[in-house]
Design a protein around this ligand. Structure first.
Ligand code: THU
Length: 160
């Protein structure tokens, strides 16, 4: 028997103005996307902005439905929008932000498990890390160096 330690690392920023210009701009775009979210049921608005290596920024936000499980997270809306438009794209980084109509979200909101799994498909295929930046509406911003660093023991096509 052997016990192993899984280590990961992240950078935590106290303020948006500590981000690089590129990261700051991308987060601003995620905020823009968040404001257009369609989330009348959860009242939890999420915005996502993807930076592609061709310089394009692709936006997405959560889209809900009266049949609750039929909605979709911002991250998957954005990555599928990008993948459908630019099939050979390389995603450099993703910024995510969330705000609630019920309270002020001050904890950084990372992508849910299903979104991590979906995003990992693209990171694996492109063989280049995707940096992930996430925040609430206010407060600290977390930046990780790759998607897979947030998803240990993940499932991928090699198991099929
Ligand atoms: N949501 C996202 O858009 N991204 C996540 O990673 C977590 C959750 C959305 C789904 C739903 O519309 C609302 O937030 C509440 O769960």
């Amino acid at each position: 028997m052997k016990k192993i330690d899984i280590k990961t690392s992240a950078t935590i920023f106290d303020h948006l103005d500590e981000l690089s210009k590129e990261d700051y701009t991308l987060m601003e775009k995620a905020v823009e996307a968040r404001k257009k979210a369609y989330a009348p049921y959860s009242k939890f608005n999420v915005g996502c902005a993807l930076l592609l290596d061709n310089g394009k920024i692709i936006l997405g936000n959560n889209q809900e439905s009266a049949a609750y499980p039929s909605g979709m997270c911002a991250e998957r809306v954005a990555i599928w929008k990008a993948g459908s438009e630019y099939p050979n794209m390389i995603v450099k980084k993703i910024a995510i932000t969330a705000a609630s109509l019920n309270n002020t979200v001050s904890k950084p909101v990372g992508p849910c498990g299903a979104c991590r799994q979906t995003l990992s498909e693209y990171e694996i295929n492109q063989k280049e890390n995707i940096e992930i930046l996430f925040m609430g509406e206010v407060g600290k911003i977390i930046k990780t160096e790759s998607l897979l660093s947030m998803l240990p023991f993940s499932f991928d096509s090699s198991y099929l």
